[in-house]
Design a protein around this ligand. Structure first.
Ligand code: ACO
Length: 430
């Protein structure tokens, strides 16, 4: 597979600049030839790398029995969850998990970080409102030639991000895009609220999307939103509507609030509808789907939607919610990575990623898997080169921070020493 250099949208071969009326002086003729040279074969957005990272600390349902009034039996039967991973150390964050997942995706693709054009991090538990978690990951990995932004669409975030990344590639604006879902929702749940704390877990997953001339890849997407359901699943405070205050903290308004039953009803309807819609768009009958990788919120939601309504057999729907709980935007890429590890994905397969979440939002992507799933062999030398790249990235970041610190110390003193200007000198020059 080759990722192609692309210099903008191609033009048709019969293109004629209207103002020249068909007459081209030598220079214009050359320009015309150059334009025609740019006519490109079709572009496709292929997933060429993947990786995930979950915290080491496991919290089982039995552990939760010690914290809130709940039972392992209740959680298993109502959700399918048996355990989840939760960040332990304060320095373990959405960005550190996202960085590791992205690093693994780059390694599978065997791509130097300097070649990535764009990083999209889907997250509802970003490091800060700003700067973006994507920018922090960009710095951690030394991805110096890329734009970076966070995407907020709750648990649908990964599907949204994949759809945007595909658009960037098909438009010719990017060759390589890192799409990351990274969450530490354990820091956003009220650990005294049994209706939410048993559901969520932490983790990150990433894919690397590349421009390619090989047909397939992410072939279609659908995205949807119904903001009339905004209050069904929300973190009420901490944004501009209710800035953090003593009152918001004491009332617990900075924690996740959810109407579980209403979200359940919405999810079962929309997961099936979005899957159907994206398959229609991609021109693939349900019977030809090889694997659905749904958002892992609740096993019963998956059973009531894609399994029952679409009659997709169980062995064609990947489920790992029992191990990780709901990791929000990270759940689909983590599930995809595990499905690949378990040999459930092969070149030629038709995959569907489908998710729903707060907003309310939903989304689905159809993927024609077109690349080998074997990881490239790593040698001592490639590992050493990679380590050197990441160490250089860390050194570069430290150096830039140090220079800024020096400037911030030196500049005010230099300003203070500058003689006061006469008023006429302050006039702006025309
Ligand atoms: N342990 C024991 N009992 C519990 C627990 C618990 N952890 N939580 C609730 N209960 C009780 C309730 O209090 C209620 O008791 P009551 O009948 O005496 O009032 C009873 O169990 C039944 O509660 P329901 O809410 O009706 O239970 P339900 O079968 O609907 O399951 C659940 C609740 C699991 C939350 C389900 O509604 C669900 O999964 N909803 C979707 C949630 C979801 O997917 N959210 C994430 C969206 S993605 C994103 O954007 C973050």
């Amino acid at each position: 597979m080759t990722a192609q250099a692309h210099e903008g949208n191609g033009t048709g071969s019969d293109y004629e600049a209207p103002h020249l009326n068909g007459h081209f002086p030598a220079e214009e003729e050359q320009a015309q030839e150059r334009l025609q040279d740019r006519v490109q074969p079709p572009r496709y957005a292929q997933i060429i790398g993947w990786g995930y990272q979950v915290p080491e600390r496991v919290v089982t349902n039995h552990d939760l029995e010690q914290v809130v009034d709940t039972q392992d039996e209740w959680i298993r039967t109502r959700t399918g969850i048996q355990e989840r991973r939760v960040v332990a150390a304060p320095q373990e964050t959405s960005a550190t998990l996202g960085t590791e997942a992205a690093r693994k995706a780059l390694e599978v693709a065997d791509l130097h970080p300097g070649r990535v054009d764009l990083i999209i991090c889907a997250t509802s538990s970003p490091e800060h409102l700003f700067p973006s978690t994507a920018s922090i990951i960009q710095d951690n990995l030394g991805i110096i030639n890329a734009g970076a932004f966070d995407l907020s669409a709750a648990c649908s975030g990964f599907v949204y991000a994949l759809s945007i990344a595909r658009g960037q590639i098909l438009a010719g604006d990017a060759e390589y895009v890192l799409v990351i879902g990274a969450e530490t929702l354990s820091r956003m749940v009220d650990w005294t609220d049994r209706t939410t704390c048993v559901l969520f877990g932490d983790g990150a997953g990433a894919v690397l999307l590349a421009a390619s001339d090989v047909p397939g890849g992410v072939t279609a997407s659908v995205l949807g939103s119904d903001g009339s359901g905004a209050e069904l699943l929300t973190i009420p405070a901490g944004g501009s509507a209710a800035p953090a205050s003593l009152e918001t903290v004491s009332s617990g308004s900075h924690y996740i609030r959810m109407d579980g039953r209403a979200v359940f009803r919405f999810a079962t309807r929309i997961m099936a509808a979005a899957t159907r819609q994206v398959l229609d768009k991609a021109g693939i009958p349900v019977s030809e789907v090889d694997l659905v990788v749904p958002h892992q919120a609740n096993k019963r939601i998956i059973q009531h939607s894609v399994l029952r309504q679409l009659k997709i057999p169980e062995d064609k729907v990947y489920i790992n919610v029992h191990k990780y709980g709901n990791t929000s935007a990270a759940s689909i890429p983590i599930a995809l990575c595990e499905a690949i590890e378990e040999g459930k994905v092969a070149p030629g397969d038709n995959l569907v990623f489908v998710g729903f979440g707060a907003g309310l939002t939903w989304g689905a992507c159809a993927v024609k898997w077109s690349v080998p799933v074997e990881k490239p062999e790593t040698t001592w030398w490639t590992n050493t080169q990679r380590q050197a790249t990441y160490q250089a990235a860390a050194a570069r970041s430290m150096w830039k921070r140090a220079i800024r610190r020096i400037y911030s110390q030196v500049e005010p003193r230099a300003m203070a020493r500058r003689p006061a200007r006469k008023p006429e000198e302050e006039q702006p020059t025309p």
